[in-house]
Design a binder for this molecule. Structure first.
Ligand code: KG4
Ligand code: ZN
Length: 339
């Protein structure tokens, strides 16, 4: 029997420094250092993010190795995020990954962060059904919103994307208007549970194809809040739960309408979600009810693999390595890395 590869994954594309060890497809450790510093600025400050990665990267990798109960010499492969993301952040992870690969004399693979969110579905864990090819993946994060046809591990096609803000940005910017800390998505999710989705209505985009737009919704939310605050300075405080529920309903409805449209066009009935916004409880609930109505096979990732993590980078590394796609040491991080 072939020995299972021990893979170190390194993720540093935005504001989380993450390292994971996988044996084959099984997670031995999955360590994430969140950067709380950005909370008070209402969004990620690139320079602060790079500095925090610089501080965190070695302790996080060291902890991943110790938690996995392996030694550095047991690592067979290193996978790192090449892009897309913030250049300064990516450079910290990529430089460290290259140096460690050279020092340990093990192969290196470079990973596209957005593809890795999708491949997080192939990490082994209890009660996890892996998607069958081909499947549609709605990848929704702080920087991207995409509908992707996934035909194989290395054959993916984007059929819809956002023309302006990403779904996560729509959550975070709305939260900022409500005076909530960054990242606001999880907070909107929390307060929405106690609110009424029909309390307020906001503008809907009128885009006919599979692309998304959230900027009109953002303007509609800001107009509603600003005009209401003029009459009642306590408007947000007295309506926070209802505002969160109505905003969340609007964002999730935009996402679900496009998924339904993509299912009609492609006739693909295997549907996955991925990325930070796939942690949203209302999106998960609505998708499950859609699957019953439309007879779909739905694949929802475990919470810890929705937001940025390095286990998804390591699993992607496994498939790239099996496909002989070894990275060159002269490869550079790429903030705008395309599919
Ligand atoms: O994938 P991710 O961790 O990082 C990027 O690659 O961008 O996604 C982060 C995004 C943030 O915008 C955050 O507000 C959003 O995911 N998010 C959520 C929830 N958890 C995280 N949005 C709505 N509901 C949630 N429960
Ligand atoms: Zn991400």
């Amino acid at each position: 029997m072939n020995k299972e590869l021990v893979i170190l994954g390194i993720e540093s594309s935005c504001d989380d420094t993450a390292a994971a060890i996988l044996r084959g497809s099984k997670v031995l450790s999955n360590i994430i250092a969140n950067q709380t510093i950005h909370g008070e600025y209402g969004g990620v400050v690139p320079e602060l993010a790079s500095r925090a990665h610089q501080k965190n990267i070695i302790p996080v990798i060291d902890k991943a190795i110790k938690t996995a109960k392996i030694k550095k010499k047991d690592i067979d492969l290193i996978a790192y995020t090449k892009g897309p993301g913030l250049l300064g952040s990516l450079l910290v992870g990529s430089s460290f990954a290259k140096s460690l690969s050279l020092a340990l004399d093990v192969p290196l693979v470079s990973i596209n962060h957005m593809k890795a969110h999708i491949l997080s579905h192939f990490i082994d864990h209890e009660d996890q059904r892996k998607p069958e090819f081909p499947f549609l993946c709605l990848t929704v994060s702080g920087g991207h919103t995409q509908i992707v046809i996934v035909r194989n591990f290395d054959n993916m096609e984007i059929i819809g994307t956002t023309l302006d803000d990403a779904a996560g940005e729509a959550f975070d910017k709305s939260a900022k208007v409500l005076g909530l800390k960054y990242p606001g998505g999880p907070l909107i999710d929390k307060f929405a549970k106690m609110g009424d989705i029909n309390a307020f209505t906001f503008g809907k985009p009128k885009i006919k194809d599979l692309n998304f737009s959230f900027s009109g919704l953002k303007t509609s939310i800001m107009n509603k809040i600003n005009s209401s605050l003029m009459n009642d300075p306590e408007f947000i405080n007295s309506n926070l739960n209802d505002l969160c529920a109505s905003i969340q309903y609007s964002i999730v409805t935009i996402l679900l309408d496009k998924i339904k449209q993509a299912i009609n066009i492609t006739k693909i009935k295997n549907i996955a979600i991925a990325g930070g916004v796939s942690a949203n409880s209302y999106l998960r609930k609505e998708l499950i009810s859609l699957s019953t109505k439309e007879n779909l096979n739905i694949y929802i990732p475990k919470f810890e693999f929705c937001t940025d993590n390095a286990a998804m980078i390591a699993i992607s590394g496994k498939y790239k390595y099996l496909n002989n796609e070894i990275a060159d040491y002269s490869e550079s991080a790429n903030a705008r890395l395309s599919f």
